[in-house]
Design a protein. Sequence first.
Length: 67
Amino acid sequence: MFTLDNIHGLPQLCPTHSSIAFCLNQLRQAHIVFFNLGNIIICPEQKIMMIFKEKYLSHMEKIYLFP
């Protein structure tokens, strides 16, 4: 099983300009919990938000959560 602790592992799994479908499949195969919100995918355990433009990954951002 592929595990990710931070933002450094996700770009290997889903590089920039990857399609939404490719990224969703990669996340499922790696057993990573995610929320698909259309053009945004949130991975709460990794605290990462993936932003897609025109069905392709534009960039990833770190999510800062409040306690």
